[in-house]
Design a binder for this molecule. Structure first.
Ligand code: FMN
Length: 201
């Protein structure tokens, strides 16, 4: 099994930029979601609004990477009217149900991140009445945060959480210095979600 896959849709480049940063830091493969028709310009904006308000699931191209071959899959979307973007909805509907370890991320101008991330989680587990807090590592960054030179603290924390989940899955994924032998005193405590992951092995 491979380690991590970062999947994203991006209409105007923000989510793509974040996905690339994540893939680089996690040494992950990258998968962009493609549609037959673009969504650029004013017409593309209106079509996006129309699609998202009707929870439409547009046809997307077959992915280059099989997400089932990865121990951890991160899926990223722009926020559209406080919802997950339509192409990402299509991807999650088609593939998320067969994936064990998922994380989500989104980019936005300013509002609607909580609703969008909750919706992405619900597309993974449609039956769940409430999804346990922390079940899926999640990250939301605004366009302004993404323009900063320095990585926002939330991005560092997200990367660390994803690395913890991957270690819990038996994939120490560290570049540079090898991990010390035995249990390190500074090793972060395992979260409940980590234990669930191990139990699901
Ligand atoms: C149809 C549409 C609806 C949007 N709705 C919201 C919104 O509800 N809240 C928000 O903060 N930004 C909203 N945005 C802005 C995008 O979420 C934001 O620009 C995002 O970073 C774009 O990502 P991208 O460049 O990867 O496409 C919307 C953008 C579009 C196209």
């Amino acid at each position: 099994m491979k380690d991590a896959l970062v999947v994203y849709y991006s209409r105007s480049g923000c989510t793509r930029g974040l996905a690339q940063r994540l893939a680089e830091r996690l040494d992950a493969d990258l998968e962009e979601i493609h549609e037959a028709h673009g969504r650029s310009g004013a017409f593309g904006f209106l079509r996006s609004l129309y699609d998202v308000m009707r929870a439409r699931e547009p046809r997307i191209a077959a992915p280059r990477h099989d997400p089932r071959e990865y121990k951890m899959v991160l899926v990223g979307s722009p926020v559209w009217a406080s919802h997950v973007s339509s192409p990402v909805r299509s991807y999650l509907t088609q593939y998320a149900g067969s994936l064990r370890r998922l994380g989500f991320f989104c980019t936005l101008r300013g509002s609607g991140a909580t609703e969008t991330l909750a919706e992405m989680a619900a597309l993974r587990e449609p039956q769940a009445e409430t999804i346990e807090h922390g079940r899926f590592p999640s990250l939301a960054l605004t366009e302004a945060q993404l323009r900063q030179d320095k990585a926002p603290a939330a991005l560092d924390a997200y990367v660390e959480t994803v690395r913890q989940r991957m270690r819990a899955a038996g994939t120490p994924k560290r570049r540079g210095r090898p991990a010390p032998r035995g249990r390190s005193a500074s090793r972060p405590a395992r979260t409940r979600a980590d234990r669930d992951d191990v139990a699901a092995e």
